[in-house]
Design a binder for this molecule. Structure first.
Ligand SMILES: [Zn+2]
Length: 209
């Protein structure tokens, strides 16, 4: 298995390509054209089998239509925000959205088997109702979307979210063994920094919100 992180700047989300027997792209950034550029030399869009969105904000889903052969997966509680084209109000904040299709909804405990890499779905609501993290237990790797960022910060809860839920989700992540953290924005961290990010975030959320 190989994980290729594509770290973005500004409001664009990070994009992660997980290459095993099958290929998954986790989040797709703001736009098709930007994503097309970023993927050049990494993977041909036709080869991607799954698009997994950590949540239905447009800066994580905008590039979804780039992949002609992929099945799009999103948590059942965020599916409507994708199909209604509003993306919890984030579509109008950016370029203006459009309704997007998905193929399958996810729920807590689902496993996406890529053949040589298993992505386990952790339902971690709070940033949005259907926010998920994806965990690869064999690597202790966590793709955390906007639920958790490196260094103990976390996503906002005012675009469809709920702070009390987010605190509970951060508490859950603080108990998880994390060796590599792949967040939805900003840098990837490993080792001690990865392990401490969730605990710090949980403490900060409890103290200040
Ligand atoms: Zn978000």
């Amino acid at each position: 298995m190989e994980i290729v992180p594509i770290i973005s700047r500004g409001y664009d989300s990070n994009v992660f390509v997980v290459i095993a027997e099958k290929v998954a792209v986790i989040d797709t950034g703001l736009s098709i054209s930007r994503l097309e550029q970023k993927l050049r030399g990494v993977i041909a869009p036709e080869r991607v089998d799954y698009v997994i969105n950590t949540h239905a904000h447009i800066d994580h889903c905008g590039g979804n239509p780039l992949f002609p052969n992929a099945r799009t997966l999103i948590h059942e509680l965020d599916a409507k925000a994708m199909s209604d084209g509003r993306f919890y109000g984030t579509a109008s904040l950016f370029s203006g959205g459009r309704s997007m299709n998905y193929h399958r909804v996810l729920k807590e405990g689902d496993v996406i088997d890529l053949g040589g890499a298993e992505l386990e779905v952790l339902h971690t609501p709070g940033h949005t109702p259907g926010s998920i993290c994806l965990y690869i237990a064999s690597e202790k790797a966590l793709f955390s979307g906007d639920t958790l960022f490196a260094g103990g910060s976390f996503g906002r809860s005012d675009l469809g979210g709920n702070m009390e839920q987010l605190k509970r989700s951060l508490r859950r992540l603080a108990a998880l063994e994390i060796e590599v953290l792949y967040p939805g924005h900003m840098e990837v961290v490993k080792g001690r920094e990865a392990r401490e990010s969730a605990r710090l975030a949980w403490e900060i959320a409890e103290e200040y919100y």
